[in-house]
Design a protein around this ligand. Structure first.
Ligand code: HEM
Ligand SMILES: *[C@@H]1O[C@H](CO)[C@@H](O)[C@H](O)[C@H]1NC(C)=O
Ligand SMILES: *[C@@H]1O[C@H](CO)[C@@H](O)[C@H](O)[C@H]1NC(C)=O
Length: 323
């Protein structure tokens, strides 16, 4: 009876089993090829790391890490990529994966999935930016569908209350502490002005600027974003102090009123999340450890193995059109 009980309770883990040496025989240079492709791109285009890390987060949060976010829409199917929450995703992340996949197809055609390629790309770019390695398990298959309606209500938005944000993360199996560690990803990358402009212009009747902002920081943002309605590409660094370095500066900034998005400020403002902000601001090693563990968890969310998916030959389209 005992072994049966064990195997039943561990069934979800067994189903999602991936291995760190999945490509050892079939594509031994898998990781090196991905590393070369994405670091080359990162050198010429420094926005690549942030774009790719966010792309991976968006892929995993909706239906698991299965490359469903990479598929482009066609006249029969409006794909996940074209959901409102995914429209701001930077093209640099998609391009990084396409380059890595192109190089992989030359070396070992038909072997490496796009979902694994995206995971390995994000893994590598976090390390390249100075962040920690997380255990990179491989063997994901690529999704057989991708629908624009899938991301509905699955995503944290900067306009949400902390209770709503916590609810989304806990529904995916993350604790509040793991959520705070994961959001430390905002130590790199950019946000467009329209994601935080409501905090700068006409915030409320008593104040134009959100009082949660440090006034000097807000003045700088206001200047930076003054033309954002005319030029929607205007954006600000998530971490204004060390924008391209993966470190714990994000949390130090939060304590000084320099959280860019309303949800960033709320991580410090809310008593449920603030203790973890304090811990990570004071102890970078602890942040790195917890970020790595939470990323490992994110990276295996609802992965598809065996016949539940395919290895796409191009990341932006299914191998066979099934509709
Ligand atoms: C409270 C939860 C979160 C909210 C509300 C949120 C929201 C956002 C928004 C609105 C942007 C700006 C997008 C743009 O204007 O292009 C952004 C950027 C970014 N987010 Fe988050 N995010 C959250 C959590 C996370 C997590 C857990 C990760 C990764 C593990 C992540 C990684 C990133 C990265 C790397 C960027 C920069 C993207 C770039 O440079 O292109 N975010 N986030
Ligand atoms: C404006 O927002 C601040 C901070 O959230 C709040 O303390 C203040 O009461 C608000 N004022 C009005 C008129 O809503
Ligand atoms: C906004 O536009 C004005 C007028 O064209 C220009 O002088 C100013 O430099 C612009 N600001 C930014 C931050 O680009």
């Amino acid at each position: 009876m005992f072994p049966l009980f064990l195997s039943l309770s561990f069934f979800p883990l067994i189903q999602a089993q991936l291995t760190t040496n999945y490509y050892q025989k079939t594509c031994p240079k898998f990781y090196d090829i991905v590393r070369k492709a994405v670091t080359d791109k990162q050198l010429s285009t420094p926005t690549t790391a942030g774009a790719t890390l966010r792309l991976f987060f968006h892929d995993c949060m909706v239906g698991g890490c299965d490359a469903s976010v990479l598929v482009t829409s066609d006249s029969f199917n409006k794909a996940e990529r074209d959901a409102a929450v995914n429209l701001p995703l930077s093209g640099d992340g998609f391009d990084a994966v396409a380059r890595a996949k192109g190089a992989l197809e030359l070396e070992c055609p038909g072997i490496a999935s796009c979902a694994d390629t995206l995971a390995a790309a994000a893994h590598n770019l976090v390390i390249a930016a100075g962040g920690p390695a997380f255990e990179l398990r491989l063997g994901r298959k690529d999704s057989l569908e991708s629908k624009a309606t899938d991301p509905e209500n699955q995503f944290p938005l900067p306009t949400m209350s902390m209770s709503e944000v916590i609810k989304i993360f806990t529904s995916k199996g993350f604790s509040v502490q793991e959520m705070v560690a994961l959001v430390g990803a905002h130590t790199i990358g950019l946000s467009h002005c329209n994601q935080f402009s409501q905090r700068l212009f006409k915030f409320n009747k008593s104040s134009d600027i959100d009082p949660a902002y440090n006034p000097e920081y807000a003045a700088g943002l206001k200047k930076l974003c003054e033309n954002y309605t005319k030029d929607p590409s205007m954006s600000a660094f998530n971490d204004v102090i060390t924008p391209t370095k993966f470190d714990n500066m994000y949390y130090k900034n939060l304590r000084k009123g320099m959280g860019l998005l309303a949800t960033d400020s709320a991580m410090f403002g809310d008593s449920r999340t603030r203790p973890f902000v304090d811990t990570y601001a004071e102890d970078e090693n602890k942040f790195f450890q917890d970020f790595a563990r939470a990323m490992e968890k994110l990276s295996v969310l609802h992965v598809k193995t065996g016949t539940k998916g395919e290895v796409r030959s191009r990341c932006d389209s299914f191998n066979t059109l099934s509709y």
